[in-house]
Each structure stands twice: as structure tokens, then as C-alpha cells.
Design a protein around this ligand. Structure first.
Ligand code: ADP
Ligand code: MG
Length: 158
């Protein structure tokens, strides 16, 4: 069993599926770290066309922090039954680099992440963040691949 796992959360159902799997892999007395990395200028393909007002809002650290907190709260609710400790982290920067840096700092046994995320670029099997983390991480990386309809854990958005 794993003593500590880092689960990167981007608000996608893929990441929630990875979190569910991680909560089953980690020891009951273990530690789950939930990390979301906010980019002050997020990739356009994840947000579609944005108004100038929306872009300015998205670029404020306060808004990024609030958005990150909401994602982590929602993710935490999906593993409410997990008896071990859960710690949440919000960081700013380039997602893949920050994920690897935090994994090193925390000394986790593995990173457990979704194979895909929020981008709607169809045809890709592995997303760019997932791909990069797999290449540059210094610890084990477990990529959880699911079809989108299998990934959906909640029905409140459908
Ligand atoms: N900004 C982020 N913060 C934390 N985790 C992230 C972030 N972006 C992606 N991830 C993690 O990487 C996984 C794969 O996402 P990604 O590679 O971005 O795919 P896509 O290109 O489909 O968006 C997600 O399921 C999530 O676990
Ligand atoms: Mg993405």
C-alpha cells in the first residue's frame, strides 16, 4: 500500500476518477495530497472565447485562489469516506512543473493523475500535462485512463 499520494486536480471528471482510484490505493493511515495549479493565463482551448472582462478576472490571483479552492472542495467531497488524512494545496504556475516540484517537496510515493483533463482537443489519448509529468517526474506516475462517460462521477451537471 502507498503511504502518500499526490493527486493533481484540474476540475475534470478524469481527475476525480484518478482521485477515487488513489483513495483506494493509499493506506487507511496514509496521506492524500490534492493539488490544483492555477495558471494566470489559462490555455484558451480550456475556456473557449473569453470577454476582456472575463480574461482580466481570470488573471487575478484572488479569483484564481477562489476557483482553486472551489475545485478542491468539490474533489474532497467525492472522497469523504476516505478515513486517512487529506491535505489540499493551491499553487500558481505551469501545471506540470509545479506538480513535479510539489511531489519532490512532499516526498510522495507516487503521483496519481487523469490521462486527460479539461481540454477538448479530441483524438488525444494523453493530455499535455499528463504527458509532461510522466516524462519529468522523479517518482512513480500512475495515469488513470477512463472513457469520459465512465469518468463522470456526479450527475448534477448532466
Ligand atoms: N492545472 C492543473 N492542476 C492540477 N492538475 C492538473 C492540471 N491540469 C491537468 N492536471 C492533471 O492532469 C490530468 C491530465 O490533464 P491534461 O494533461 O491537461 O489533459 P487535457 O489536455 O485533456 O486537458 C488531469 O486529469 C489532472 O489530473
Ligand atoms: Mg488540461
Amino acid at each position: 500500500m502507498f503511504k502518500s499520494l499526490l493527486v493533481p486536480i484540474d476540475g475534470s471528471d478524469y481527475a476525480l476518477k484518478a482521485l477515487e482510484v488513489a483513495s483506494q490505493m493509499v493506506a487507511a493511515e496514509g496521506m492524500l495530497y490534492l493539488l490544483t495549479v492555477r495558471e494566470l493565463l489559462p490555455p484558451l482551448h480550456e475556456h473557449g472565447a473569453m470577454s476582456v472582462e472575463a480574461a482580466i478576472h481570470a488573471a487575478s490571483p484572488e479569483a484564481a485562489e477562489k476557483e482553486g479552492r472551489a475545485l478542491l472542495d468539490k474533489a474532497g467531497e467525492t472522497i469523504a469516506a476516505y478515513p486517512g488524512e487529506v491535505q489540499t494545496l493551491i499553487r500558481m504556475g505551469s501545471p506540470a512543473r509545479v506538480i513535479v516540484k510539489e511531489a519532490d517537496r512532499l516526498g510522495v510515493d507516487a503521483i496519481v493523475m487523469g490521462s486527460r483533463g479539461l481540454s477538448d482537443i479530441s483524438g488525444l489519448i494523453v493530455g499535455s500535462v499528463s504527458h509532461k509529468v510522466t516524462h519529468i517526474a522523479n517518482c512513480m506516475v500512475i495515469s488513470v485512463h477512463t472513457k469520459l462517460d465512465q469518468a463522470a462521477l456526479t450527475d448534477d451537471e448532466s
